[in-house]
Design a protein around this ligand. Structure first.
Ligand code: TXA
Ligand code: MG
Length: 324
């Protein structure tokens, strides 16, 4: 159900959930200071309660309302990248809802770079917790139609068009001593972070290539099975391997559809071609996966981009989608 900005603000103030656009993905928002409203996020998404939420604020001046420490490194990162696709995990003030924190001693904060999201936060005088507006483990939405397809027509949606970053924000935790760690790769790269924040001794990365999730630091809510279409999905390091797999499936009368990076075709197989630049692939990735899923074939075949730093965030999402 599409709602206006004013209706979205009114619903949030009444303790309802509303799907809102951000530049990364659509979020399922609720008033971050209202525990009853926050619990509706978890029930709507069917998400486990120990998964903390990101609090969306309208500008950097609000950070001090939420945290006990705002180290210089974090201030620099916020100034460099907000509004934008960067989430900062910082030591939480004791009053911050345990529902938002998932019982962690920290809270995740972000100023989104989307005019409607910012208008909602500013005009409403609101801070909203918002995970991606999809059922737990399923594909994130980058259009209002994706939200409605995943969560049903009854969900109020503020339509802000297609998200232009397309994958979830980069998450960086900054400890009180200023040491930082990458918790989730996103389109703001670790190299860009290091340029602003300096090199951190504690910097440790979630490995995109090996599907591995580092257990130290603790990254709650980062499941291997995440961002998945319903159709089984296989990943291929090169085009030839994908073509061979497609051929083998067809020989057993199984249908498939393929996602290719760059131009090209696969015989007797529906193909979505994404352009060969990381930013473009990120922007279109979830839409392409939603479209492939809707083809109702036996298996999706995905060509992986090269395992280089610029592709890290896209590789991370694809390896999670393929982890089944
Ligand atoms: O781009 C985004 O970040 C989108 C849009 C809507 O802003 N939101 C999003 O939220 O991706 P979600 O719930 O799908 O992912 C939030 C992740 C959690 O799974 C967890 O890994 C991390 O943020 N997180 C949140 N609070 C944390 C905390 N206190 N400590 C460590 N990680 C935290
Ligand atoms: Mg999510």
């Amino acid at each position: 159900m599409r709602v206006s900005l004013e209706q979205a603000i009114a619903a949030l103030k009444k303790g309802e959930v509303v799907a809102i656009p951000t530049e990364t993905v659509y979020g399922l928002a609720a008033d971050a200071t209202n525990d009853a409203a926050l619990k509706k996020i978890f029930s709507t998404k069917q998400r486990p309660a120990d998964h903390p939420l990101i609090v969306h604020i309208s500008d950097i001046s609000q950070v001090v309302d939420w945290v006990t420490d705002f180290p210089e490194v974090a201030v620099k990162l916020a100034k460099a990248f907000w509004p934008g696709a960067l989430t900062l995990v910082l030591p939480a003030k004791p009053h911050v809802s345990r529902v938002v924190r998932g019982d962690e001693p920290t809270v995740a904060l972000r100023v989104p770079n989307h005019p409607l999201a910012l208008a909602l936060l500013k005009q409403g005088g609101l801070s909203v917790a918002a995970p991606s507006a999809n059922l737990f483990t399923q594909l994130s939405p980058t259009t209002s139609a994706h939200v409605e397809a995943g969560l049903g027509e009854a969900i109020p949606v503020l339509d802000g068009g297609a998200c232009n970053v397309g994958i979830e924000s980069t998450i960086i935790s900054v400890a009180a001593d200023g040491q930082w760690q990458l918790l989730r790769p996103g389109m703001i790269s670790e190299a860009e972070i290091a340029k602003v924040a300096g090199v951190s001794q504690r910097a440790k990365i979630i490995s995109a290539e090996h599907h591995e999730i580092q257990t130290t630091p603790k990254v709650p809510g980062q499941h291997a099975l995440h961002y998945s279409p319903r159709t089984p999905l296989s990943l291929y390091k090169d085009r030839q391997a994908l073509l061979a797999a497609c051929n083998a499936l067809q020989n057993t009368n199984k249908s498939c559809a393929a996602l290719l990076i760059g131009a090209g075709d696969v015989p007797d197989c529906n193909v979505i071609n994404l352009p060969g630049q990381p930013e473009k692939v990120a922007e279109q990735l979830y839409s392409a996966l939603h479209a492939l899923d809707a083809m109702k074939v036996h298996r999706l075949l995905v060509e992986l981009p090269p395992a280089t730093a610029e592709w890290m965030a896209v590789l991370d999402r694809l390896t999670r989608a393929g982890h089944q």
